[in-house]
Design a protein around this ligand. Structure first.
Ligand code: MN
Length: 472
């Protein structure tokens, strides 16, 4: 049973200073409810919208970065529907003549790289925010905050090209990376990216899941929904065409309403806003586009000779790639790639930290120099990284204070000898053919020297010594 998933991703252009059709600042994130509003974004009768041309520019940037064709003639429409988060009774959106059409994004799919086609990219305004008290279908009442109302929003619609929840997640994560490279979007802000997912089992009808607000949520909601549809099929029933809501706290989808048809919205051209002609814009903005993730990945591989896997991790965040390049310019790039992509990234994730909050590239360079001069072991380097993340300080300082310098190598054979004497059972195991017992012994030696030796050297010493014993 093949699963087909298409996404509609709503992205706030939250790095812009003002809203889509008025001068109200976009910095509402920490403001009390209903304080970042004006007659336009509150939808008061008679208030006239004006187009934020910076938002149009940002939209062109995004469309180009998603390999879409930018429409020279574009315009706004009214999308009519009633909902309490939409005081005007219609959303200013786009319909025919969206700003971008026919693009694509390359993702890491279940079977290697894969192209997800983008059907359209259009501009619209964000509605207000409804806060349901409790589960949506059981809430006693709902609160409304219009601070979000009128935020510049892009809707990015894909073709149903994803075949698993994992691929859907890979798409949104790639999209976020691209948007952050363009500097039009801060994904860390609440509500910055909301996903609606269309999912069906090939041949069945389409179910839309509304308002998923986290990467994890995309995967969870889809997994739940696919299981639900498959169970229906097994019982000889069909999923009906409907809209469902994802309940993030319970990780289930609940039925909201029978899905509306496009004609229900009675789209018509927005009479208060002029159509736009973007002649000349595309070329100018294209010339100003920054280097994007895929291009940067290829460049890092070519320029620094690092692996594809490392380059993927490093370019997954623009700031991480910047950090790497600062370090790589002053020390061995391959060493830098390994230590940043494998070790540092892991330690940051573990702490729920982002690279912005990490110690400076200079400190990383200093640490890698200690490694290159063979003054510390890999294990000691990891300890230093942890210490710097948790308490600050500089690599050399920490090394000296904690006595992490490598021990003189000529004492290693003695330590190996004493570990062999003290661990008869492991030695016997090894000699009787359980070769993995050597790992335990390596661990014991490393413990005795408090991590200040190369595990691989210890391994070799131990192996040689044990084979001598074996031959006697
Ligand atoms: Mn929309």
């Amino acid at each position: 049973m093949r699963v087909l998933i298409g996404l509609e991703v709503h992205v706030q252009l939250n790095k812009l200073k003002t809203k889509m059709f008025c001068g109200t600042p976009t910095s509402y994130q920490h403001a009390p409810p209903n304080t970042h509003v004006c007659p336009v974004c509150l939808g008061l009768p008679g208030a006239m919208p004006t187009i934020n041309m910076k938002a149009v520019e940002a939209a062109v940037k995004v469309a180009l970065a998603l390999n879409a064709k930018v429409q020279e003639n574009t315009m706004f429409y009214r999308k009519n529907y009633f909902y309490p988060d939409l005081p005007r009774g219609f959303q200013i959106s786009q319909y025919d003549f969206p700003i971008g059409k026919d693009g694509y994004v390359i993702i890491d799919g279940d079977e290697g790289e894969k192209k997800v086609r983008i059907k359209r990219v259009h501009m619209e305004e964000d509605p207000g925010r409804l806060v349901h008290v409790g589960r949506i279908d059981k809430a006693k009442y709902t609160l409304i905050d219009y601070n979000r109302s009128g935020m510049p929003l892009l809707e990015i619609v894909t073709e149903p090209d994803m075949n698993s929840p994992k691929e859907a997640r890979a798409f949104v994560s790639k999209l976020r990376t691209i948007l952050e490279y363009l500097d039009v979007f801060d994904g860390s802000l609440e509500g910055a990216m909301r996903v609606d997912a269309n999912v069906s089992i090939e041949g069945g009808s389409r179910v839309e899941i509304k308002n998923i607000s986290s990467f994890r949520g995309v995967e969870k909601a889809l997994a739940f929904e696919i299981t639900r549809q498959k169970n229906l099929l097994r019982r000889g029933q069909q999923a009906k065409m409907e809209t469902r809501h994802f309940d993030e706290s319970q990780e289930i989808t609940v039925s909201l309403r029978v899905k509306e048809e496009e004609s229900d919205y009675r789209y018509f051209p927005e009479p208060d806003l002029p159509p736009m002609n973007l002649k000349g814009w595309t070329e100018r903005i294209k010339a100003e586009l920054p280097e994007l993730p895929d291009a940067r990945r290829e460049r890092l591989i070519a320029q620094y000779g690092i692996s594809v896997e490392h380059a993927k991790v490093l370019t997954g965040e623009r700031v991480l790639a910047d950090y790497f390049e600062k370090v790589a310019s002053k020390t061995s790039p391959k060493l830098a790639a390994t230590w940043i992509a494998d070790v540092l990234k892991g330690e940051l994730n573990y702490r729920d930290m982002r690279i912005e909050g990490c110690f400076s590239p200079e400190n990383m360079v200093e640490l890698l120099e200690l490694l290159e001069k063979d003054l510390i072991s890999d294990k000691a380097a990891v300890m230093i990284i942890r210490r710097m993340l948790d308490e600050g300080g500089r690599p050399k300082e920490i090394m000296e204070k904690e006595g992490l310098q490598k021990i003189k190598e000529d004492i290693l054979p003695g330590v190996v000898e004493s570990v062999i004497e003290e661990n008869e059972k492991a030695v016997r195991d090894y000699l009787s053919g359980k070769r993995e017992a050597i790992n335990y012994l390596v661990g014991q030696v490393m413990k005795k020297v408090r991590g200040r030796a190369d595990a691989s050297k210890v391994y070799n010493l131990l192996e040689r010594r044990l084979n001598e014993i074996d031959n006697n």
